[in-house]
Write a protein of this length. Structure first.
Length: 282
């Protein structure tokens, strides 16, 4: 059995070093996506499609080129199979969703244990940095509800830093028993689902003049420093999350779902490496 992850308590300087180390680790770990993307481009003959259009081509021209479509053996049949079309690439490859695997489905308890411990370690570190680097986000609040809060790791960190704040955790009973808090929630869902989630969150908070707001910890593609490695890692994460039908959003895409959910304003604070804190106001 894997040892329990420790909650990392960071000074500001230590936090910055650890965020840089985390970025380096993720950039290396996700490097395989670049070679797979190159292979896909070769298999789909994208270079041929560009050459066919005189050396320059728009995305619609590439997508509609006959030589681009033809190598997708069985593409038409795949798209016509309703059940398969509803599945993510991960489900198609493994026969179940990653969350089912993490919950021990299929008898793979090792995967679930590693997944949960990894999430707990990352989330404990992330919340500690968020509280220390951006404590003003939580000051002035009288209560916090941690949506999909799992074991309440985030709530515990907030309660320790701000004893006057009443913290509650909202999650399904079987999830709370097994899974840690997961800051990355909305990137797992499409726009329609995210808008529904945000609308329900809006119903649960007081007006803005009474301190009500939704705090999101997630990626904002393009936000943060001009570090090329950071930008590339954000794009690699976007490609990775596509395999479960998720998406990493840039500010324009976040703005769209925030306003469609009925909120009036938002603020992005890029202090968590590849991720940001997003304050959303009713």
């Amino acid at each position: 059995m894997a040892p329990a992850a420790e909650v990392v308590q960071c000074s500001t300087t230590t936090a910055q070093y650890l965020l840089e180390a985390q970025l380096e680790l993720w950039h290396i770990a996700l490097g395989f996506i670049k070679s797979l993307a190159l292979k896909s481009a070769l298999d789909l003959r994208i270079a041929d499609a560009i050459s066919h259009h005189g050396g320059t081509a728009t995305l619609p021209e590439i997508a509609t080129a006959r030589l681009y479509i033809s190598p997708f053996f069985g593409l038409r049949e795949w798209l016509q199979r309703e059940q398969l079309a509803e599945q993510s690439l991960f489900e198609d490859a493994h026969g179940q969703k990653p969350w089912d695997l993490a919950d021990g489905a299929g008898g793979n308890s090792n995967f679930g244990e590693l997944f949960n411990q990894g999430m707990l370690a990352d989330n404990s570190f992330t919340m500690d940095v968020a509280v220390k680097e951006c404590g003003e986000v939580f000051r002035g609040l009288s209560s916090v509800i941690d949506e999909a809060g799992g074991l309440g790791g985030a709530a515990q960190t907030i309660a320790k830093a701000f004893p006057h704040v009443t913290c509650s955790v909202l999650d399904l009973p079987h999830i709370s028993r097994k899974l840690p808090v997961a800051p990355w929630i909305l990137h797992d869902w499409g726009d329609t689902e995210c808008i529904k989630i945000l609308k329900n969150c809006k119903k649960a908070i007081p007006p803005r003049d009474s301190g009500g707001k939704v705090i999101i910890l997630d990626m904002v593609v393009g936000a943060g420093s001009a570090n090329a490695k950071l930008k590339e890692t954000q794009v690699l994460f976007d490609l990775l999350i596509m395999t479960i039908n998720g998406t990493e959003r840039d500010e324009k895409e976040w703005k769209k779902i925030i306003f469609e959910a009925g909120f009036s304003d938002y603020k992005i604070i890029p202090v968590l490496g590849v991720r940001s804190i997003i304050e959303v106001y009713p």
